[in-house]
Design a protein around this ligand. Structure first.
Ligand code: AMP
Ligand code: MG
Length: 416
């Protein structure tokens, strides 16, 4: 059995990346860029904010230059969006609203709650007078958020809503992204029926297709959905070949073990250079991968053959297929973000495989994370994924654990 880290490293080495290919980028408008991978560093063409502006509703003035009466005369009002020429002299103040540009000459904004206004004269409410304030208070300086020229979102970032907001804030509305990976999805099995149909004796509903498609969508993939294939060697051969000519990845589920109806292996042997791995993870052992062509010079899809069992399929997808597709998409490497936690109960485990137990973590009263494994770790129980928020990850050589032991937590809900 292959250790997980080794299997993943080899897979990543095999699949490569669109980032190194020519013609792999396209220009898209900002709202179409979500879930895509940036093919360029986004540098800010300007400062944000572009000018000093007020953080409060109040008065802009020269703090240490009141008139002889210790007051300032209100000479104008400035609303957000108003950029007309305006200068504040000694003993003068401008009524200013949040977000409005600080007029020339003013060095401080006093919030209105700290001002006493009498007609057009204002004075400071505090008994300590000027010493209760600081020059420059309540002014958001130019470039405080973003300095002109700074990289605000780096090449290789998968763009989310926060990146869109940030890119918009510097005035950019078009970005260069890598093309989407094309992924063919094929379910296999005579026993599979689509939900919505009556269930004949001996059949089960196809569930794998229904989590794979949205997870691929989230990875920004263009999907070719081949539905379900009956276990028929000639059919597999024809469809796998067609899919490999159209797609960057061909993802199959089922048929990778050695049951009588598992035709995937002979077909793959005939079509390409496919490795069959027993990865030392639980759940999810059998996994097939490799190029669906015998000729290295020929462009052909890369097969990711997931186990049929839904829990094994989703776990191998998350741990092997997902990072492979991310890397191929041009996304910068993203190591698994483990959190430290303590298990709430005794856990049985035999050394030999890396265990990804479905579990639920919360913060305990002591501020530390505590994690409780789902009551069934059977690889047939898909609700173990739906009702959990993380894997409790137990290393390969780890044996049984007692309640309170330190464990690694791997949150997974954002992948779903
Ligand atoms: P296989 O590897 O084809 O022998 O499949 C292993 C187990 O997973 C069998 O019990 C299959 O019925 C089940 N299975 C395979 N594909 C799916 C699917 N798409 N949805 C739900 N169960 C499946
Ligand atoms: Mg099968």
């Amino acid at each position: 059995m292959r250790p997980y880290d080794e299997a993943l490293a080899q897979l990543l080495n095999d699949v490569g990346s669109v980032a190194t290919a020519s013609n792999a980028t396209e220009s898209v408008s900002l709202l179409d860029a979500v879930s895509r991978v940036l093919a360029e560093d986004i540098c800010s063409p300007n400062n944000v904010p572009p000018k000093d502006n007020s953080a409060m509703d109040g008065y802009a003035l020269r703090l240490n230059e009141a008139n002889e009466q210790g007051q300032w005369q209100v000479v104008a009002t400035r609303l957000a969006g108003d950029a007309s020429a305006l200068t504040v002299g000694p003993g003068e103040a401008v009524r200013i609203m949040t977000g409005a540009e600080v007029p020339d000459g003013a060095d401080t904004v006093i919030m209105q709650e700290e001002i006493i206004r009498d007609g057009d004269s204002i004075s400071l409410a505090s008994e300590q007078g000027v010493s209760a304030h600081k020059v420059a208070e309540n002014i958001r300086p130019v470039g405080n958020d973003i300095k002109e020229g700074r990289v605000i979102v780096a090449k290789g970032t998968r763009i989310d809503a926060s990146h869109l907001g940030l890119i918009a804030s510097v005035g950019i509305n078009t970005v260069s992204v890598y093309r989407r990976p094309v992924v063919a999805v094929i379910s296999t099995g005579d026993e599979l029926i689509e939900p919505g149909q009556p269930l004949p004796a001996g059949s089960i509903y196809n569930s794998n297709r229904y989590f794979l498609l949205p997870m691929l969508e989230k990875l920004g993939c263009e999907i070719i959905d081949y539905g379900t294939l009956k276990d028929d060697q000639a059919l597999f051969e024809r469809v796998f070949k067609e899919a490999s000519e159209k797609a960057d990845f061909v993802i199959t589920t089922g048929g990778v073990s050695v049951g009588d109806a598992d035709y995937v292996k002979p077909v793959l042997d005939a079509l390409g250079n496919i490795d069959f791995w027993k990865v030392a993870i639980k759940p999810g052992k059998p996994f097939a991968c490799g190029r669906l062509s015998k000729d290295d010079t020929q462009k052909a899809g890369y097969l990711l053959g997931l186990p049929g069992n839904p829990v094994s399929a989703i776990v191998t997808f998350m741990l092997l297929a997902r990072p492979a597709i991310q890397q191929f998409s041009g996304q910068a490497a993203e190591p698994l973000a483990f959190l430290p936690g303590r298990v709430t109960q005794d856990v049985r485990k035999r050394p030999g495989r890396m265990d990804f137990q479905r579990a639920h973590y919360v913060m305990g009263e002591d501020g530390r994370l505590k994690v409780t494994p789902f009551n069934s770790q059977s690889s047939g129980v898909l609700s173990s994924i739906a009702e959990s928020n993380c894997f409790m990850v137990l290393d390969r050589e780890q044996g049984s654990l007692e309640a309170g032991a330190k464990v690694k937590i791997l949150p997974f809900r954002e992948w779903l």
